[in-house]
Design a protein around this ligand. Structure first.
Ligand code: FE2
Length: 260
């Protein structure tokens, strides 16, 4: 469980969410018709001139190999802003923490960002599906209460989607999400939740909060009843969190690779 609290260390409250990188032990290995390492490399190269804090929301590795996390470390070792991480169903959290150690990498459950508090949730279970059991619900209840006390607005990040997105990936969504969503519905300070896992981008209003699916940096799934994917290039989601509570977000697609 991620519970450690840190303070936001960046002059602006902007960040880039990158998810479902699915990096393999071999940099040129293929996952569903793309080379995930090369996609991530291209995305980061294009984002580097305006480098922002990164929020990596899981399935960073496809094969949870040491080498895949080492590749991630090499790609991000000199990233000029903090890199926050949380695990997905393909990840080995202990291995992540062992390999992705020291700056710029930050493992935390909460980020105190002035008028905002960001919560990073571990929604893994023993299967590829997500879960959020009673101990995690208790911790979240305490975190929301603290944010309320401090008059902070809250945005949550996790890997699994808590509501169906209308595709075959729904069999692996957070399967016990009723109590989880009830907590968010009862907390007016919650402005939104962003997840990965579904591999395609969408924004939906859910009670008083926004539900955001971040598109993958690897391959995009089509929301169908079979595993259909399409390569539209590496994608991510850019956010800006204003003191007023307004959140601006935009899906980003890296430009096509220049032919050699
Ligand atoms: Fe996933």
């Amino acid at each position: 469980m991620l519970s450690h609290a840190v303070t936001w260390q960046w002059p602006t409250r902007q960040l880039l969410q990158i998810t479902d990188c699915h990096v393999l032990a071999e940099p040129d290995a293929v996952y569903r018709d793309v080379k995930p390492y090369r996609h991530l490399e291209r995305l980061l190269a294009q984002m580097r001139p305006t480098a922002l804090p990164l929020m990596l929301t899981g399935d960073l590795s496809e094969d949870h190999s040491v080498a895949s996390y080492q590749h991630l470390r090499e790609l991000l070792a000199d990233w000029p802003a903090p890199v926050y991480l949380l695990p997905g169903n393909h990840d080995d959290l202990a291995l992540m923490q062992q390999v992705l150690v020291g700056a710029p990498f930050v493992f935390a459950g909460e980020i105190d960002a002035g008028s905002w508090r960001f919560l990073l949730l571990d929604t893994r279970s023993d299967t590829p599906a997500g879960a959020f059991d009673a101990p995690r619900q208790q911790l979240l209840t305490q975190q929301l209460a603290r944010a309320h006390q401090a008059q902070q607005q809250v945005w949550l990040f996790c890997h699994h989607h808590p509501k169906p997105v209308g595709g075959i990936i729904d069999q692996f969504m957070q399967l016990d999400s009723e109590a989880f969503c009830a907590l968010l519905d009862a907390a007016p300070q919650v402005k939104g939740l962003s997840h990965g896992h579904c591999h395609h981008g969408y924004v939906r209003q859910q009670a008083h909060w926004q539900l955001v699916g971040c598109p993958a940096s690897s391959i995009q799934y089509l929301p169908r009843d079979e595993w259909l994917s399409v390569d539209v290039g590496p994608q991510a989601c850019w956010y800006q969190f204003a003191d007023s509570g307004a959140v601006t977000l935009r899906f980003i697609t890296a430009l096509a690779a220049t032919p050699a």
